[in-house]
Design a binder for this molecule. Sequence first.
Ligand code: I3P
Length: 306
Amino acid sequence: MFYEKSAWKKQKNCGTSSLLPMTPTKPQEWLQVVGHAGSFRVGDCGTLLKKFCEEERQCYLRLMGDTLRPFVPAYHGVVQRDEQNYNMMDNLLTHFNSPAIMDCKMGSRTYIEEELFWARERPKPRKDMYEKMVAVDPEAPTPQEREQQAVLKTRYMQWRESLSSTTTLGFRIEGFRRSNEECHTNFKRTKSRDQVMEALDSFVESNSHIVWGYLRRLKQLRQVLELSDFFRAHEVVGSSLLFVHDWTGRTGVWMIDFGKTRALPPHLTLDHRSPWVEGNREDGYLWGLDNLIDILTKMLPVTCHP
Ligand code: I3P
């Protein structure tokens, strides 16, 4: 997720930027904080190119006609560079000055039901994920996983969810980068409300004005999500909220990363707050947003509580 000058975030699935005009005010840059390296490159005229993903393209096309449009990067179609296709979208960082950015992965689940199906049908134990697991907790693998030196992706994802606040709060901090600093991505064990609050406070550098700005925007987003046709009809998994602020006090939050967002069958809609049971497709997105809003509210001085 975070950003170092030039290409930013996740490789497979996402994008940024929204209501911002396309006229750049300064040389373009894109800072990637977390996610798959090499997924992004800076486009022309305030745009960002993200490696092509058909599912994500479908989502952006629908989102451009939905009430959520102000909360996602404006989408400009598919372009090719060096024989690689990209989804082109606005670069959300364009109108910020040396921004601070944070990626929060939303929802109580980070894999889609389809992935569970394939893990059962054609299990493919992953050595890279085993290695990532033991690097964090050498005791985590089961005896069988230890013997294979490999874990299934869904098992790894579930382990990551329960280690972090995904399972308990419905979102997790993936990483952040304060203005002109290194990226901080050491949040795999950031799980409790207090730990999350501490990390958020460090991101905003205890600045209540910034917290206010984020809260205002998140509350608007929640209202729009509750009315959005797109949101009602999609399982939104592995999607992030991108937080951006700078020293001028400007703040913004956008929904990004729709590579694992899937349209539901016509008879099914989600409330995004109910617990997930396999088959119900619930993603816990709004439950996570409620918790995030609650935590940010508690970070304000008591006299400022709404
Ligand atoms: C990665 C993270 C990504 C996931 C990726 C994982 O783990 O869960 O969301 O990509 O799977 O390796 P970590 O954050 O611990 O490094 P997707 O969301 O696109 O599945 P991958 O290695 O199969 O890309």
